[in-house]
Design a protein around this ligand. Structure first.
Ligand code: SAM
Length: 402
């Protein structure tokens, strides 16, 4: 790959591209980098690169002419090397937001040119005439495009074959698969009283990969709910997990089962920061039987650790919850499938979910459920003061896998 940066500060860009990992890769010929001084292409005596903006306003605007001539020279050099027409990107605060997916697209170019603005920006006409696209590296304004172009160059060049020691290096990193990375640790095992998570010392690669996957999903869910939702949509859960011999789901009937169901529910309410009295919850659960609800208790080795309710009258699934210590091993998925089978008479059962309950939203999305526009807003549940609760209704999509 060939990368060209068009700038008023070529030395700054050049020193970055020729240091550390990128510097070694450039020395090995894994890519070619050229930084061009815009001033060298000026045609006025003073070698002036900018002028006042038409229409007034503060600051100066870079002339179109020297940038255009510089770009023509880069195009000529590329053609002389037998390369394809370079892809020209203008770094602007008003461009499209940059991300890893865009880095991957740009990494596939044979030749990439990054144009850096300065002062108030660049005469729009040269962007129109030469730009294939405009990229912004974030919703903030820099004094010049140099840092932005280096961000793009760095993220693109590290994807070139051979630049990183192992391809896995970038495939396991944040954003590659749409998730942010799990936490990393190095020696010593205990630093200032903080120990490395024990699983990382086991040498069991499956367990470690499992732990890292869970950390990655949990962090993305917490820190970047927007990315998490996208990831759930593009990563459907494949196949139904098998029930283990030690697992069971039984209809809640006996006194001890009602007790256990109410305890699980109270625990969940507590996690949401709401205080709940297990005795009152038990009464609510038992009373809802008259509206057609049936509850099933999930147990692992006879220890209750999950609950789900189904309403045969309406086709609603509710009270789907898994005790904290039993999460991330597929019990929620099994219980949702179980509930759906119990409601076989309802082709499109549904659930109400609080939008901030990203664990539940993620599970539903991955199982092919989709947000259903409220068909009749009056059915949205209301709180005791009559205000609608912020709950969303999910139902399996027509084409969903569930
Ligand atoms: N007047 C411009 C505006 O309001 O959008 C800002 C110009 S900025 C001070 C000067 C140059 O820095 C821009 O021409 C652009 O090349 C670069 N720049 C500033 N913020 C950027 C960002 N978030 N992403 C990419 N380039 C940026």
């Amino acid at each position: 790959m060939r990368i060209d940066i068009v700038t008023l500060f070529p030395e700054l860009c050049d020193s970055f591209l020729h240091a550390s990992i990128l510097g070694r890769a450039a020395a090995k010929g894994l890519f070619e980098a050229h930084c061009h001084q815009i001033r060298d292409y000026t045609t006025n005596k003073q070698r002036q690169t900018d002028d006042y903006p038409y229409g007034g306003g503060c600051g100066m605007v870079l002339y179109a002419q020297p940038i255009a001539d510089c770009l023509r020279e880069v195009q000529r050099q590329c053609a002389a090397q037998g390369r394809a027409k370079p892809h020209i990107v203008f770094m602007t605060a008003a461009g499209q937001p940059y991300n890893e997916e865009k880095a991957r697209q740009l990494a596939a170019c044979d030749s990439l040119v990054l144009v850096c603005g300065h002062y108030e920006g660049i005469d729009e006409r040269v962007i129109e005439a030469f730009g294939d696209e405009e990229i912004s590296i974030g919703d903030y304004v820099l004094t010049g495009g140099e840092l932005a172009s280096l961000v793009v160059a760095d993220s693109v060049l590290r994807l070139q074959p051979g630049v990183l020691a192992e391809a896995q290096g970038y495939q396991e990193e944040s954003y590659w698969d749409g998730l942010i990375e799990y936490p990393q640790y190095t020696r010593p095992e205990v630093w200032e009283g903080r120990a490395v998570p024990p699983v990382l010392l086991t040498g069991d690669h499956n367990k470690i990969a499992d732990w890292r996957g869970r950390q990655s999903r949990a962090r993305t869910r917490l820190r970047r709910p927007d990315l998490y939702e996208q990831w759930c949509l593009t990563h459907p859960l494949a196949g139904a997990p098998r029930w283990k011999r030690s697992e069971s789901a039984t209809l809640v009937r006996t006194d001890s089962q009602w007790q256990a169901a109410a305890q699980l529910l109270a625990g969940w309410e507590g996690e949401q920061g709401r205080t709940a009295d297990p005795a009152a919850l038990r009464q609510q659960l038992e009373a809802s039987r008259r509206q057609g609800w049936a509850y099933y208790l999930h147990s692992t080795a006879h220890q209750p650790d999950g609950l789900v309710g189904v309403c045969h009258k309406t086709g609603e699934i509710g009270r789907l919850l898994v005790a904290p210590e039993a999460r991330d091993v597929g019990i929620g998925q099994k219980l949702l499938e179980f509930a759906r089978k119990k409601l076989a008479e309802h082709p499109r059962p549904y659930l109400w979910v609080e939008p901030h309950n990203l664990g539940a939203v993620g599970l539903l999305l991955r199982m092919g459920y989709r947000l259903q526009s409220a068909e009749s807003p009056e059915t949205v549940p209301t709180g005791s003061d009559g205000t609608p609760l912020a709950k969303y209704r999910y139902t399996p999509s027509e084409t969903g896998q569930s």
